[in-house]
Design a protein around this ligand. Structure first.
Ligand SMILES: Cc1ncc(COP(=O)(O)O)c(C=O)c1O
Length: 369
C-alpha cells in the first residue's frame, strides 16, 4: 500500500505537529543538553512548590487501588468542587487537564465554517482546538497596553461566531480585566454564542477588580468557566482540569467525553488538594511575594514589566529576547522568549521559588553588566 494513500480528515491536513524548542524540553533533557544538573526551568508556568503533603499521602493510598476502574463520572470530586464554589455538581465536568476541556468544548460545539474569537497573544490551544474541528479562529489583537480588547472582541462577532475565548488572567500577558468590563462585554454577546472563560491562573489573582465567570453563571448561561489543578495546586503532571457551566451545557459536553478521561490518582489528589484549604492561600502569598520582588528587579534593569496577576511575569526587555534566553540557558535557566507570540523583545518568566529567583536575578544582572 502506498503510504500516501492514507489521508487524515480535512481539518487535520492543515494542522502541524508540535515542534519543541529549548524552553519546551523536560528538565532531564535540559540537563543532558546543557551538561549541568542545576537546571531551573521557568518556561512552563509550573508551581515550584510541589503539591500539598496531604496530596502526596492521598496519592500513595490511591496507588494501591490502581488495578480498579474508578467512577467514570468523578462524582465525589464534582460534589467537592460544587461545595467549594457554591454551585451544583451537575454543571461541573472534569477533564484530563484544562487542555482537554478546550478540546471537549470544540468537539461538542464546533463545525467547519464556525468562527471562534480569540485574543492575540493568548494561550495557543484555543486556536488549535478550533482548527481541529475545521472552525476558523478569528484573532483580535490585545490593546497597546496588552490588555484584552473586549470591545474589539465583541465587535468581531458575526453570524458564524460559535465560541469566544477569554483568558483571564491572560497567558502570556499575565493581565486581568475587571468584572465591570466583563459584564458589559457579556451583555453584547448573543445567547447562542458560548463564552469560554479560561481562569487557569485565577487563584493567583489579588486584584479586587477580578470577577470569575463562575459568579456570573446565573446571569449569563452561555459561560463555561475553566479551572485547573495544574497551577496553584501543583498537580500539572496528573492532568486535571474542570469546567463549570449550566447543567444543560455540561450535559452536551459530557456526550463527547470519554468515560474514564480523568484517572483515579488525579481525582484522589484533587480531593486531598481541595481539603487542604490553607495550602492555596499559602502558595498564593509566596507567589505574590516573589512576583513583587521579581517585578522590582526587572524594572530596575530597565524592563517594561506588565502588572501580572499570575505565577509568571511578561516583560518587554527593549531588545532581542532570544539572545537573553540563550544567555540564561547557558547559565542553566530556561525562560520563554516572546518570539513564541511574535513579540521578539518580550520574555515570559515563570516565578520560581525564592532561591531560584535569586539565581535568575543574579544571572540577569550578570548579563546586563
Ligand atoms: C491559560 C491556560 N489554560 C490552560 C492551560 C492548560 O492547563 P492544564 O495543565 O490543566 O491542561 C494552561 C497551561 O499552561 C494555560 O496557561
Amino acid at each position: 500500500m502506498n503510504k500516501h494513500s492514507i489521508q487524515p480528515r480535512e481539518a487535520v491536513r492543515a494542522l502541524r505537529g508540535f515542534t519543541p524548542d529549548l524552553s519546551d524540553l523536560t528538565i532531564p533533557e535540559l540537563r543532558q543538553l546543557l551538561g549541568r544538573e542545576d537546571v531551573i526551568k521557568l518556561s512552563f508556568n509550573e508551581s515550584p512548590y510541589g503539591p500539598s503533603p496531604q496530596v502526596i499521602t492521598a496519592l500513595g493510598e490511591a496507588a494501591a487501588q490502581a488495578h480498579l476502574y474508578h467512577d467514570p463520572e468523578g462524582k465525589e470530586l464534582r460534589v467537592a468542587l460544587a461545595q467549594h464554589f457554591g454551585v451544583t455538581s451537575d454543571g461541573i465536568f472534569l477533564a484530563n487537564g484544562a487542555d482537554e476541556i478546550i478540546t471537549l468544548v470544540a468537539q461538542a460545539f464546533l463545525s467547519p465554517g464556525d468562527e471562534v474569537i480569540v485574543a492575540d497573544p493568548t494561550f495557543g490551544q484555543y486556536a488549535f482546538a478550533a482548527r481541529l474541528m475545521g472552525a476558523q479562529p478569528v484573532v483580535v489583537p490585545v490593546r497597546l497596553d496588552l490588555t484584552t480588547d473586549l470591545d474589539a472582541m465583541a465587535g468581531a462577532i458575526t453570524a458564524s461566531t460559535k465560541v469566544i475565548v477569554l483568558c483571564n488572567p491572560n497567558n502570556p500577558t499575565g493581565l486581568v480585566f475587571g468584572g465591570n468590563e466583563l459584564e458589559s462585554f457579556l451583555k453584547k454577546v448573543p445567547d447562542q454564542v458560548l463564552v469560554l472563560l479560561d481562569e487557569a491562573y485565577a487563584e493567583y489573582v489579588d486584584s479586587s477588580d477580578f470577577k470569575s465567570g463562575i459568579d456570573l453563571l446565573d446571569k449569563y448561561p452561555n459561560i463555561i468557566a475553566v479551572r485547573t489543578f495544574s497551577k496553584i495546586y501543583g498537580l500539572a503532571g496528573l492532568r486535571l482540569g474542570y469546567g463549570i457551566t449550566r447543567p444543560q451545557v455540561a450535559e452536551l459536553i459530557d456526550r463527547v467525553r470519554s468515560p474514564f478521561n480523568v484517572n483515579a490518582l488525579a481525582q484522589a489528589a484533587a480531593l486531598a488538594a481541595l481539603a487542604d484549604t490553607s495550602y492555596c492561600v499559602r502558595i498564593a502569598a509566596l507567589n505574590g511575594t516573589e512576583r513583587r520582588r521579581l517585578t522590582a528587579h526587572l524594572s530596575a534593569l530597565g524592563y517594561k514589566v506588565y502588572p501580572a496577576q499570575t505565577n509568571f511575569i511578561f516583560a518587554d526587555i527593549g531588545k532581542d529576547s532570544d539572545a537573553l534566553c540563550q544567555a540564561l540557558a547557558n547559565e542553566g535557566i530556561i525562560i520563554r522568549s516572546g518570539s513564541n507570540w511574535s513579540m521578539p523583545t518580550f520574555v515570559r518568566i515563570t516565578l520560581g521559588n525564592s532561591l531560584q529567583n535569586d539565581k535568575l536575578i543574579a544571572a540577569l544582572q550578570k548579563y546586563h553588566k
